[in-house]
Design a protein around this ligand. Sequence first.
Ligand code: C2E
Ligand code: MG
Ligand code: MG
Length: 580
Amino acid sequence: MARRKARSQEAYDVTHDDELFRQTFSSSPIGMAIVDEQGLIVEANAPFAAILGYAVHEVAGAVAESLIHPDDAGRDAELREGLASGDLPYFQLQARVLHKSGDTVWTRSTVTRIGDPGAPFRCLVQMEDVSEVRKAKDLLERRAQFDHLTGLPNRSLLLERTQHALTRHETTDATMACLFLDLDHFKLVNDSLGHHAGDRMLVALAQRIRDAVRPVDTVSRLGGDEFVVILENIAGQSAAEGLLAVVMAAIQAPITVDGHRMAPTVSAGLAMAEDGMTAETLVRNADLAMSSAKRSGRNRVATFHPGLRDSALVRLSIETELRTAIHEGELVVHYQPVVELATRETVAFEALVRWQHPHRGLLLPQDFIEICEDANLVVPLGAFVIHEACRFIAANPVFEGKVLVNVSTRQIGGADLTRVVRGALDDTGVDPSRLGLEITESGMLLATQAASSDLEALASMGVDLILDDFGTGYSALSSVLQNPVAGLKLAREFTLRLGDRSTGDRISTAIANLSDSLGMYGVIEGVETEAQYRRAREHGWALGQGYLFGHPLPPEEITFTAPGVAHLTSLRHRGATTSA
Ligand code: C2E
Ligand code: MG
Ligand code: MG
């Protein structure tokens, strides 16, 4: 604390005649001091000294400015000048002062000119310690900028920091990259293990990401299961890819939450900063890349390219067009035979939706089903396909097999699939036993309480539930089989591995046996070659589907050549009547 020798005590003596002022000064619980025109503290009361950690006599004679934090001293001097010149009658200032201990203390002061206009300049400083208020405010600001669960910066702080960094880098030529990470199937964790477990998993993964990157990189959580990392001063795209690989590996290490061991995976997008780019654009580009990684099968990485922006626009227009497509009759259903392998006779058909788009031609489900789900259009689409399938059955009395319809998780439960199915059966006079519903493994798992009772109701009506793409999820069989499942379809991935004399063959054999011993029928999907066909039979599969037996065809191109065979109650019974 800088001190200067007081000129003469006499000169600074305050209004001896104003005893009232003096009493107020000394007994006030608020810190008070009198400062002269040179900025020296003439007199201070005990609370004023206490805020600074000094005794009263230590403060008297001190240079006021030397007690103020250097960052705030300029503002104080400026305001005091305004006071001295008469421009300001008084001023208020929030400033940090320097405590004797070396700490800084946040204070709020009201500074008023005192004395007669002719007398030498003096001002009265009334100062309060506002550290507590300040701390609360800082905490609120922190809350507004940081994710409360993981403590990572949130979206607004991320964008702010990224914008700063982008401006800085424009002048230095260094490169920046953005990684957008989205956990795969995180909803499954929340739904099956509960939100607490989900939260713990997020906290652990946040830590893993932070540990995997460099200290200079900003890791943030955008909410849900999305994390964004900004890499500053990165040598180039391949260096960013290298860091991303490290992050992916860190996330994928097995993790135990509430006694459940899991192997989390993540879909990631990478985007590089370009000159003049805003933070929003950089993050959005990485987000677009991430969505493309998700669409191409999850647990993978995609790098942004301008084409992604175009395909995002296409998605958007598809979404708009889909809303009308359903009513305009642009959706059609094709049917692909399911055959009994021993005889190659058709025992069932799978109904597969297509979109006869007026400009884009025939679109396959991969081009629009996901958009449909995101846009909540899958419920009307699903209802349409179920009705079509029933009309197909009703229109072809010579065919006595089943028609299998794919349903999305979103159709089950809240959307009351049972009511839709019953409506379609009633309208067409079709028996429930003629209908099967294909649900994916993860779809079955995601089934909520409402969904489970929907599935129960359908099964007790006599509609078959079939596990589609079996083997691609990572669910415990026991939890899937809590639902009344009648059959399963082995995912095409495994058919492709038939004949490898290794895991492909072993899995195929094991699942064929499993379905048999559980009393379910098993269908091997995607059989394209005679070699696969032979293997499938050797492994014990009774039913198959694939281009070898027939492609999906519009109903008008399917001809039923043989008269129907009666008593077709289950797919396991021989009952083929058709060739497609
Ligand atoms: P999925 O249920 O696994 O259907 C089988 C898919 O494999 C069909 O593709 C079919 O055309 C194709 N496929 C059949 N045999 C072969 C083969 O030998 N080789 C190859 N490479 N592919 C074969 P598609 O029609 O493009 O359908 C894809 C997926 O879209 C379906 O997979 C199903 O999950 C979904 N999907 C289809 N129709 C509907 C629907 O009406 N509603 C819902 N929610 N999803 C549907
Ligand atoms: Mg299917
Ligand atoms: Mg399938």
